[in-house]
Write a protein that binds this ligand. Sequence first.
Ligand code: G6P
Length: 600
Amino acid sequence: MCGIVGFIGQNEAKEFIIRGLKKLEYRGYDSWGMALKEKDKLKIIKETGKIGSVDERKILSGAQIAIGHTRWATHGAVTSANAHPHTDCQGQIAVVHNGIINNYQTIKEALLKKGHYFSSETDTEVIPHLVEEYLKSGLSFLEAAKKALKELDGNYAVCIISQNENQILAAANGCPLVIGKDKNNFYISSDILALQDKVSQIIFLKDGHLAQIEKEIQIFNLKTDKLTKINFQPMDKIKKDEGLGSFKHFLFKEINEQPAILAKIAQMETKEIETNAALIRNSFGTFMVACGTAYHAGLVGEYFFAQNAKMHLNLSLASEFPAFKGFLTDKTLLLAISQSGETADVLEAVKSAKTKSVKVLSILNSPHSTLGRLSDVMMTTPAGPEIAVLSTKAFTAQVAVLFLLSRAINSDLVKARKILESASAAIAKSLSEKNIQKIKHLAQKIKNTQHLFAIGRGLNFPTALEAALKIKEVSYIHAEGFAGGELKHGTIALIEEGVPCLVFVGNDQEKDEILSNAEEIKARGGYIIGIAPENHQIFDEYLPVEDLPAVSPILNIIPMQVLAYFLALEKGLDPDKPRNLAKSVTVKYPILHRVGVRKW
Ligand code: G6P
């Protein structure tokens, strides 16, 4: 949520700032901006919308120090005034920020009384004004920034520059910030993806630390004011985002990567799976926490463990986890599932569990993330960087890892691997040109629907939830998923002639019941789209999938991801960057109170 970058060195800064922001755009794309230090002046550029199409050549600047930001709005509307960087009264200090300052209102009121004037509605703007205030009192740039940061209550990753200084200050507290270097330059980013191909060495800034970067780098602990040890690590192990290749959109590319990823997971190291399965088996209760799509993967996992391991794992939305904290002991295991490893609610759940000495195992797609650093044990899903805002390949990878773990509890790994290999082949088949065209035609047919429903039972209840989520987030069609038996407890009132309903029918014990649920919908005029290994009379449309009941959610979600993709295209929407969303939700909640804004 929001991406920030910074550059200082011998090269022109704008090249990395623009390229970096384009890489980070998936984290927020309401507006973008940059501050470039030119001799003794700051050049500020801010615009609403996406940076994607901006031509680097049109930004004329030879600056060697700059900071940049791509925004997902929390405080204040999407306007260029609210876009970062934010500056002090004189426009001498510029700040980009990711996170939330909880006490910004109190600070702002005090600064207003001292005569500062504010140009935005953001929490961030208090930072440059605080620095300005402390500079006036005679402190150096570094000391003024330190003092300002110490006043903030909240989460932040910030970069601060001044028109009078040849340095960048970068600080982190609860939000990730990574600094990379090559021979002549330092690069800063809230996401390691922006640094790929640029740097040979990196360092993650710890919480409560501030880096002062000039020709060299120094890192201070803001609490103790002491310098800390600097341990850069080689960059070479970081997985790269390989770009679009021959695809037009990351969403479709990532959907198509799934057969290869599943084949990789089928080969995962036995020791890793068995050791982590033993952790679950031996814990005195395992809680799973996750958000969004990862939560749906967790729900599939809950069914896997019930069916395959005869164990009940307690799944909670990470944001609802505080209600269950009372059950944690030092023998509990917390299983955190996350693509990014930066989701604020997941991190908060993990941090609170750690205060009770709970062991944390994570299933994580971004090992170099905050969650990775907080986990006692980590299982990396080998899906590679996921760029499209919709999570697809990370979901199936999480489900596959949970499947292996659930089977390993009873030493059934050999068979489980074979099932995943078959799933990989089955998905490849379902992504055939013929099937893709069929789904495209279906998208053309239903693109104007107002509502859409999805039902499934057992393992395919989470599939129904995930299918509805994929469709609504990218096509803006109101879509809801239900357990087969639930739709009739209220929502069936919305079914009228022609309302599409996705029905997942497997060759499993749920088959007859889900078909009768489909009958209930059809009797009220619903348009039944069946996703099943074979066609059934009741289906108005049929999307074929292979017959592999043990992992049917992995197979069944594929045509739904493709359907969501084509619905977006049919409606002229950007499949990679849906409105209002961000890839990583690194803030818990926006603060709703506001202070009056003086324009100037
Ligand atoms: C955001 C993304 C979702 C994702 C959720 C959890 O809302 O748009 O696609 O499922 O966060 O993210 P995580 O990175 O923790 O899996």
